[in-house]
Design a protein around this ligand. Structure first.
Ligand code: GDP
Ligand code: CA
Length: 336
């Protein structure tokens, strides 16, 4: 079975670990990774979401933190600080630095990011095919108001430095409009048997991937069923600040509102044109947590088949059960 997953960082990576457990080694999983969080620091190209997926699936992740390397040291960062060279707010460890040096060196030699990612994965053996959404530079910026003036800051500055404490007025994936999907992205979507939206951030992770021209249309037109899992449980983001960016795009922080934001791929109930992908949306199915069981009716009223199952990724077994539930729902809604 060919499974395609549109993934951000922590939420995407943890889900993928469960998915791999659920489907076993014979399944063919392609991950289309968000690169809108990428940032250039100290002359190096840093791809936080790609690396989180690679380290998590490859066994190098700092488990508690959810990003960066396990057993990390910070000698380089301390030395940079001694020179007065920042930013200090972005935590890059020594082992992690090596990844960014290799990546930057290969990019400098002319390799596209997709080829570089493949080369890095040759070491980590994540057990999935990890493709960046695009080889072109896309950087998410956030419009904020600071000291009475509006300004756009890099997503990492908003998220990591400001901890999303300043209201976001708009989220702008700079460069997305002229970016092209990386080689293999559109083919993987078209040839997929199942497409999954993991519980990744719907705005700055999955939303950014969908902002690359061609990707949203490919998902909407795919023969495979598209099933998503809610990153929101009980009106709050799980271990995150997704509410801050949902507000910026006018979406309420609830499992049902996120489903409606993605939209139904089928025509609305009662629509004379009938189903069959005529709707403007992307989802054929949506999973909410048991705590949000009363949201099921609301999601289904929006034309999206929905089930309530436990959605806390507390360990690999529970996460595998989530993945099985998503695959079951995909089978249930698969078009004849
Ligand atoms: P990021 O790029 O590292 O922010 O990671 P993602 O975009 O892939 O995922 C972040 C989202 O994961 C957050 O908005 C959380 O709501 C969601 N998340 C984290 N842990 C869990 C969990 O255990 N269950 C569910 N349902 N969502 C989770
Ligand atoms: Ca991210």
């Amino acid at each position: 079975m060919r499974i395609v997953v549109l993934a951000g960082g922590i939420g995407g990576a943890r889900f993928l670990r469960g998915l791999k457990e659920a489907v076993g080694p014979q399944a063919d999983i392609t991950v289309i990774g968000n690169t809108g969080d990428d940032i250039h620091l100290f002359g190096l190209k840093v791809c936080p979401d790609l690396d989180t997926v690679m380290y998590t699936l490859g066994g190098g992740i700092h488990e508690e933190q959810g990003w960066g390397r396990a057993d990390e040291s910070f000698a380089v960062k301390d030395e940079l600080k001694a020179y007065g060279v920042g930013p200090e707010w972005f935590g890059l460890g020594d082992k992690d630095f090596a990844t960014h040096i290799v990546r930057t060196q290969m990019l400098g030699a002319g390799y596209p990011l997709s080829a570089v990612t493949e080369a890095l994965c040759a070491r980590w053996q994540p057990g999935v095919r990890l493709i960046p959404m695009s080889d072109d530079r896309v950087e998410t910026h956030v419009l904020i108001e600071q000291d009475g003036a509006k300004k756009a800051v890099h997503f990492q500055e908003f998220w990591v430095k400001l901890h999303a404490t300043v209201p976001a007025e708009a989220i702008i994936p700079v460069g997305a409009e002229s970016a092209r999907p990386a080689p293999g992205v559109l083919e993987a979507i078209a040839e997929a048997d199942v497409i999954l939206f993991p519980p990744s951030n719907p705005v700055v992770s999955v939303g950014t991937i969908l902002a690359v021209p061609g990707i949203r249309a490919a998902v909407a037109a795919a023969a495979a069923p598209v099933v998503g899992l809610s990153p929101i449980i009980g009106a709050a983001p799980v271990r995150g600040m997704a509410d801050k960016v949902l507000a910026a795009v006018g979406v309420e922080t609830s499992a049902a509102a996120v489903a409606r934001h993605y939209g139904s791929r089928a025509a609305a109930p009662g629509d004379a044109s009938g189903g069959g992908g005529q709707g403007a949306g992307l989802l054929d199915g949506w999973l909410v947590d048991e705590a949000d069981a009363d949201a099921v009716a609301e999601v289904e009223a929006a034309g999206i088949p929905c089930r309530a199952v436990p959605l806390w990724m507390t360990d690999v077994e529970r996460t595998a059960a989530m993945a099985r539930a998503a695959l079951e729902l995909a089978e249930a809604v698969r078009r004849a």
